[in-house]
Design a protein around this ligand. Structure first.
Ligand code: ADE
Length: 772
């Protein structure tokens, strides 16, 4: 796995030449959309990585082809260091079963790589189509439109394409205006394959033939067609399809005919659905022109399993009585077996759901072509989180994949046979790597959401065994805590304002025998809390007791030798930042004149610097917060900010969290795309949340982030961030926000982790704003 550092793991070819490759068998045809690579870090003993690589692929394991991007280049940029993973979106995506990764020979002779592949099962099962070559259109007064199938990966002979897949299956539908292309800085007409009616002989139709991986029961075919009638383009007027049951049989005479309703009013490109209702391995369709031009950008198929006819034993006909009881017994046995299968299945499902690796992302077992989820990559967030059966989780495959969501499901060919990395060629380790683990290593221990205790995600190494001796906070005599007021409550317990008698003396911070009371906040675990919540509470204590920074809430002492478990922290007189700001207006003569509680721009900036500083400290320890937001920042009477983490321990903010099918609770509006889609929480995803926190501050917490979007739409928008095709929605510029600050926020929401600023950088950038 990327961003894990188990073992020395990486694939290191003996030498980077074209004959050395890493081959992965995905086990089935897959719509592959992203390739992730990372170098060999190996607890800082590795320094090898691959700067560039090529991909070869094969659908049948026999015929191999090069992957090319839309501009025809075969080389993908790899890594520039051993730490960062690099995700490459494949444009066009690959439909394949086998993939080979070939490092491009470079300056360094020793290269190593870790690899992850992302995609969805290719449910269409289409392995190739053949079609007449697309043509060139020369519209008067407009640029030439080339309507060829430019990503076709089969052969071209006698103006016919055969044996491959291309633009008709790349998941990209064309625009209404065929001259403008979606995004790829390519030529006009790029998204369409188009034919002119007088170019195909006397027959005014275009014949396409589709070959599938196995016999399928087709329900329908969808053809995405242009309809810009003002330029002589229309959808087809009719289509006839023939069916071949097996690859080597002949076409059946019976055919399906379908007439479309032509539309001279609406020039929008559209999907035309053609009912098929036949079983076949090969489908041939003949599309008739309705105008001078016909242009398609996508064709997809929906099919089910072909049911085998029951074998009928005609020779033996048992006596009716015997036959009936035999049938009865048969039925009973089948029912019992079926029940057993269901019980085993339910038990298995429960186990999977309860295992930490099951994460909050549920597999939606199903169907439908991945291209509908637009590049579909990784997972379709909305689909998976919302249980939409249209999508399926990719078959993740990775040579580092030892555990993961689909443990045991992906088939690997990458076992055995690796060349050992040549460690003699490694350079000495950089100093910062030696003690603290790289942040990528601080992968969260469990993929649960925010539960109300267990706040900071911790490096995996630190949480496995927890004993009293791990807790460095002192045990305070419980009877010296005098409860004064309830500050908040949540699912797992309550927070109280207490007087702690003689605490200063107890902590060795005041004069000896100082019996004065100090105000403290006491977080107390509910007596009936589950053992999981109890463990999390203890973990949180352990983590907090290690933190020491002016902008992080300080754990003063604990009461853990008896129940209920308590942690005692400094009391912050001004409560949380969300409440504080939402009750204020921006400072002006009006607020002064009318005594309206206010906050100035410079105070806001000063607060931002403090949060950046606290986060810089956390990041320096490789602690990942996972829930940075104004609700988790506390203010004392001098407006010093201290970052805390309440999670769901206060019902007040429960609407900021999204519950996934009763399991995880996630602050989705603050979460980076990779946290929602991949369950990856890192310092870089904390940076994303910091951007949202800044946005909250400069809107004075008057509005929830993306308030116009439902939770489901927020998750859908996450998919758009991932796909990065310009359709993602960003938070707007708050009216109080200086442009340079908004630029900084936008950088926090960069799609690529490497493009996001660090907390160090954010702190540096914000400081001059705060003290001009
Ligand atoms: N609410 C929860 N914890 C608090 C704290 N430490 N100070 C003030 N209010 C709080």
């Amino acid at each position: 796995r990327l961003n894990r550092d188990e073992g020395d793991g990486a694939w290191c070819p003996k030498e980077a030449t074209d004959s050395q490759y890493l081959q992965v068998d995905l086990g089935r045809l897959t719509f592959l959309t992203v390739v992730g690579t990372q170098g060999r870090y190996a607890h800082s003993s590795g320094n090898e990585f691959v700067r560039a690589y090529r991909l070869n692929f094969s659908r049948d394991g026999l015929q191999w082809r090069n992957w090319r991007n839309r501009q025809g280049n075969t080389v993908l940029e790899g890594n520039t260091n051993v730490f960062h993973q690099v995700l490459n979106d494949l444009h066009p995506p690959l439909i394949t079963r086998y993939v080979r990764v070939l490092p491009v020979p470079g300056l360094s002779s020793t290269v190593c790589m870790r690899l992850e592949l992302y995609g969805c099962p290719w449910e269409d099962g289409l392995v190739s189509y053949s079609a007449p070559e697309g043509q060139i259109m020369m519209p008067p007064g407009f640029p030439i439109a080339s309507l060829n199938d430019s990503t076709y990966d089969g052969t071209r002979q006698k103006r016919r394409l055969s044996g491959g897949l291309g633009q008709l299956t790349d998941g990209v539908t064309g625009q209404d205006d065929f001259l403008s292309s979606r995004q790829y800085q390519v030529w006009p007409g790029y998204d369409y394959v188009g034919w002119r009616n007088d170019s195909l002989g006397t027959f005014k139709h275009v014949e396409l033939e589709f070959t599938f991986d196995r016999p399928r029961n087709f329900t329908y075919m969808k053809v995405h067609s242009n309809n810009m009638f003002s330029r002589g383009v229309k959808i087809f007027s009719s289509v006839s399809c023939w069916f071949k049951p097996h690859l080597h049989s002949s076409f059946r005479a019976e055919r399906v005919e379908f007439r479309t309703v032509l539309d001279d009013r609406n020039p929008s490109a559209r999907y035309v659905t053609v009912p098929l209702g036949h079983a076949a391995s090969v489908v041939r369709c003949s599309f008739s022109f309705a105008d001078v031009w016909m242009m398609f950008s996508e064709i997809s198929f929906h099919s089910g399993k072909v049911l085998k006819p029951h074998a009928v034993n005609a020779s033996s006909s048992p006596a009716p009585e015997n036959g009936r009881s035999a049938i009865l017994i048969g039925c009973l046995v089948s029912i019992i077996l079926l029940l057993l299968v269901v019980i085993v299945f339910i038990l298995l499902c429960q186990r999977v759901l309860q295992s930490p690796g099951a994460s909050f992302i549920k597999l939606a077992a199903h169907k439908m072509r991945p291209k509908l989820c637009l590049a579909c990559t990784l997972l379709s967030p909305s689909a998976l989180l919302l249980g939409n059966p249209l999508y399926d989780l990719l078959l993740l495959s990775s040579c580092q994949l030892t555990s993961g969501w689909l443990r045991g499901k992906s088939s690997q060919v990458c076992g055995g046979g690796y060349a050992e990395p040549d460690v003699t060629q490694c350079t000495p380790h950089q100093s910062f790597q030696s003690s603290a683990p790289h942040y990528a290593e601080t992968d969260i221990v469990s993929l649960q959401g925010v539960t109300g205790s267990n706040m900071y995600a911790v490096p995996a190494l630190t949480v496995d065994s927890l004993t009293r001796k791990d807790i460095s906070a002192a045990e305070f005599p419980r009877h010296r805590l005098l409860f004064r007021e309830k500050l908040g409550e949540g699912q797992f317990g309550e927070v109280h304002l207490c007087e702690a008698e003689g605490l200063a003396d107890f902590l060795g911070e005041g004069p000896r025998a100082d019996s004065r009371s100090v105000l403290v906040a006491v977080k107390q675990l509910r007596a009936d809390a589950t053992s999981q919540a109890r463990n999390d509470f203890l973990k949180e204590i352990k983590i907090m007791s290690r933190l020491n920074d002016p902008n992080i809430i300080r754990l003063l002492c604990v009461c853990v030798t008896s129940d209920p478990l308590c942690m005692v922290t400094e009391y912050m007189e001004n409560g949380d930042l969300n409440m504080f700001l939402s009750q204020r207006e921006v400072e002006s003569t009006l607020t002064h004149a009318n005594n309206i509680p206010s906050v100035s721009l410079s105070e806001l900036l000063h607060m931002s610097v403090q949060i950046a500083s606290g986060m810089k400290y956390l990041a320096s320890l490789n602690f990942v917060h996972r829930d940075l937001a104004t609700r988790n920042c506390l203010l004392d009477r001098r407006l010093t900010i201290k970052i805390s983490d309440f999670g769901m321990s206060r019902n007040l903010y429960s609407s900021d969290y999204y519950r996934i099918q009763g399991r995880a609770v996630l602050p989705i509006r603050w979460m980076a795309w990779e946290s929602i889609l991949l369950g990856k929480f890192t310092t870089a995803s904390d940076v994303w949340a910091f951007g949202v926190t800044l946005w909250e501050m400069f809107t004075l917490c008057k509005e929830q982030p993306y308030s116009l979007l439902s939770d489901e739409q927020v998750i859908e928008n996450t998919g758009e961030h991932f796909r990065n095709q310009g359709r993602q929605i960003f938070l707007y510029v708050p009216s109080l926000c200086p442009p340079s600050l908004f630029e900084l926020m936008m950088r926090c929401w960069s799609r690529n982790i490497q493009d996001r600023p660090t907390f160090e950088g954010l702190h540096q950038a914000l400081k001059p704003h705060a003290d001009p």
